[in-house]
Ligand binder design. Structure first.
Ligand SMILES: *Cc1c(COP(=O)(O)O)cnc(C)c1O
Length: 428
């Protein structure tokens, strides 16, 4: 008799959890009792350290009033720079290349208004046809602000299957009229990782500026933005970074662009020692801080102090390693248990191309998600027929993955999803 548990048994999952070096971190998060949260790629869970830093900054307001800008444990005036420095290791950048500011969309506006300076025949922006809508809206409005027609000046690479992009297709679209490229590091639906190093090299060979939206890769996979010489990047902090609803975003600008005038300037673009001179000529900061605008949203930055400490302690490499094990295990279970039910796996299966979540399609996806929620499992529905499942390395377990796939199997076996209508809710 062999008493090794088989791969598909609950015992196997439990054994994986016992061997997991990050397992202890789960206790640092507020995981709702009796429920399984697989939506950390939309809104990460609250950690006790983030809660603590949030309360600490609230207290600094109570204690210091206006002097909180320069007093207390985390003086507010320097917070955007200091946290940018802490985030830099997650994107592989120098500390001064990253600043915590704005939101994904407002940072994209800032960076495009800075780098999109159409001249001669180079007047176009290249993006793709399956990216997040906000990015496209921002690019179109920036093109309009330069008095061009987005129909002509926004070029999109088309996905061949509606889910994945081919790097070769993207490179082929890098023509002489393209000035700036904006792509996602990880596609928000299929979770495909784009080869940022290759795309940056190819863009630069052709004299094109390139930037990435890191919303789904920040805190999920390692990056080497400086080494790859990526020109700019921007991201939110409420997904894998667990900064809380509406937490402040961040941006990266490569060193060689320092000194470039911000397209959208404000008094926080200033060199810090000059800011309170109140001159009408801006002396811009000589680092990524120049691309801030106004007063930082201190209370929406505060949870990041605690949250980033966790990433710093563990290191992104170990987080990625566990994340790959979790998603790899989930895929194996899906391929074994759900084979007879019309599910199609839309994320790339190979490790080098697979981000932090699994993306399934099913014609009944909306009501399958409702059936999961009724059983206290939180997935993420993407219209019209997508189910995103994000087992997060910091707080999810192998046993939760096992339970979820078992539950999905029961929902399908017993046709429990038929008790719900196949329509989406307001948010997901
Ligand atoms: C989540 C997400 C956004 C959200 O933008 P906000 O300005 O933070 O609301 C934008 N782009 C991508 C790719 C995203 O995944």
């Amino acid at each position: 008799m062999n008493d090794q548990p088989t791969k598909y048994s609950r015992e196997f999952a439990i054994q994986m959890d016992e061997e997991d070096e990050l397992h202890a971190y789960r206790a640092e998060f507020y995981v709702k009792e009796g429920s399984i949260y697989f939506d950390g790629n939309s809104l990460g869970l609250l950690s006790k350290r983030a809660e603590k830093s949030m309360l600490l900054l609230l207290d600094s307001w109570k204690k210091y009033g206006i002097d909180g800008w320069i007093e207390g444990e985390y003086p507010w005036f320097y917070l955007s720079e200091s946290l940018g420095g802490k985030m830099a290791s997650l994107v592989g950048a120098a500390p001064e290349e990253v600043i915590v500011t704005g939101s994904t969309t407002s940072n994209l506006h800032q960076l495009i208004s800075t780098f999109y300076e159409p001249k001669g025949m180079r007047t176009k922006i290249l993006a793709d046809n399956i990216t997040f809508p906000s990015d496209i809206y921002a690019l179109k409005s920036q093109i309009r602000l330069k008095c061009y027609d987005p129909d002509e000046h926004l070029v999109t690479v088309n996905s061949r299957d509606g889910h994945l992009l081919s790097e070769a297709d993207i490179i082929e679209s890098m023509t002489d009229d393209i000035l700036v490229i904006v792509l996602s590091s990880i596609l928000y639906r299929s979770g495909q990782i784009l080869d940022m190093k290759l795309l940056t090299e190819e863009a630069h060979k052709r004299g094109i500026i390139i930037g990435f939206d890191l919303c789904h890769s920040i805190g999920s996979i390692p990056h080497q933005l400086s080494k790859w010489e990526v020109d700019f990047a921007f991201w939110c902090t409420y997904k894998h970074l667990n900064g809380g609803p509406g937490s402040v975003g961040a941006l990266y600008v490569n060193k060689r662009h320092f000194g470039k005038e911000p397209g959208l300037a404000g008094w926080f673009s200033s060199r810090k020692d000059k800011q309170f001179d109140m001159e009408h000529d801006l002396t811009q900061a000589n680092h990524a801080g120049a691309y801030q605008m106004g007063t930082p949203h201190v209370l929406s930055v505060a949870p990041l102090i605690g949250s980033l400490e966790i990433f710093d302690e563990i290191g992104i490499e170990s987080i990625r390693e566990k994340s790959l094990e979790l998603t790899g295990y989930m895929l194996e279970l899906i391929n074994h248990e759900l084979i007879e039910y019309e599910f199609v796996v839309r994320n790339p299966e190979e490790d080098s191309k697979r981000g932090g979540h699994i993306y399934l399609e099913h014609p009944e996806a909306a009501r399958i998600c409702k059936a999961l929620k009724a059983k206290h499992i939180v997935p993420d529905f993407r219209t019209p027929n997508g189910i995103r499942l994000a087992p997060v390395a910091l707080y999810n377990t192998f046993e939760e993955v096992w339970k979820t796939i078992q539950t999905l199997k029961t929902i399908m076996d017993e046709e429990e999803y038929k008790e719900f209508d196949n329509k989406r809710g307001v948010v997901a």
